[in-house]
Design a protein around this ligand. Structure first.
Ligand SMILES: CC(C)(COP(=O)(O)OP(=O)(O)OC[C@H]1O[C@@H](n2cnc3c(N)ncnc32)[C@H](O)[C@@H]1OP(=O)(O)O)[C@@H](O)C(=O)NCCC(=O)NCCS
Length: 184
């Protein structure tokens, strides 16, 4: 399933980087990636990704059947992290949840879209029917990035999460992509 990695991808501007699944050895690079994100991006992540213990736990407990993290990398620097979360039992086994974070200097260069496409292809290989993403609704450019890549905003959960930084409530947009939808 993952034998195609590592593989090269080319951004809109010709920049070439590598896509590959995260391994246990990525702890330090992943930590550097998260602490280098602008505060504005970190503020709206669901976890405090500057917490080294949390990152160590993600790497130590790596299980691709539950969470498959795909990294974009260039010369040992992580440029983006995209994760595909799956339920291993129960009524949500056909649904994957997606989270994507791109380094500030690589945003708006098509990398986020390439990663959403990559995770959609992997999800199909895993026989998933749907993908979903839950993002802070006030971040309209983030919801737009998902909508541009085939996700439809299905619901808004009002005052649903509390931002870790300031404990303010935020609405969550639930975006869903139907992987079996035939085009045309
Ligand atoms: C959301 C995110 C993953 C998008 O990645 P990206 O590499 O910037 O996305 P792309 O370059 O592929 O752009 C896709 C679309 O997103 C929209 N978009 C992305 N960044 C934007 C910005 N700063 N302003 C306006 N629109 C933007 C555009 O509509 C764009 O399509 P277009 O280029 O055809 O106009 C990235 O901005 C990010 O990591 N943000 C911070 C972390 C986050 O909030 N992640 C979501 C948690 S699940």
């Amino acid at each position: 399933m993952l034998e195609e990695y590592p593989k090269e991808i080319t951004l809109q501007d010709g920049f070439i980087c590598i896509l590959r699944p995260m391994t246990r050895d990525d702890q330090d690079a992943l930590y550097r990636f998260f602490i280098s994100l602008p505060e504005e991006d970190r503020r709206y992540l669901r976890n405090d990704a500057t917490n080294r213990i949390l990152i160590e736990k993600w790497c130590r407990e790596l299980n691709y059947n539950k969470v498959l993290p795909i990294l974009a990398e260039h010369e040992n620097r992580i440029l983006a992290n995209a994760t595909l979360h799956r339920e291993t039992f129960g009524w949500g086994m056909h649904i994957g949840e997606i989270r994507t974070t791109v380094a500030a200097d690589f945003q708006q260069r098509g990398l986020g879209s390439l990663l959403l496409e990559e995770l959609s292809k992997l999800a199909l290989k895993f026989n998933l029917d749907k993908l979903c993403a839950k993002v802070v609704a006030s971040r309209t450019y983030v919801t737009r990035a998902f909508e541009k890549n085939g996700f439809v905003r299905e619901a808004t959960l009002k005052n649903f999460v509390k931002i870790l930084y300031d404990k303010n409530y935020e609405d969550i947009a639930v975006l869903v992509k139907d992987l079996n939808q035939k085009s045309g």
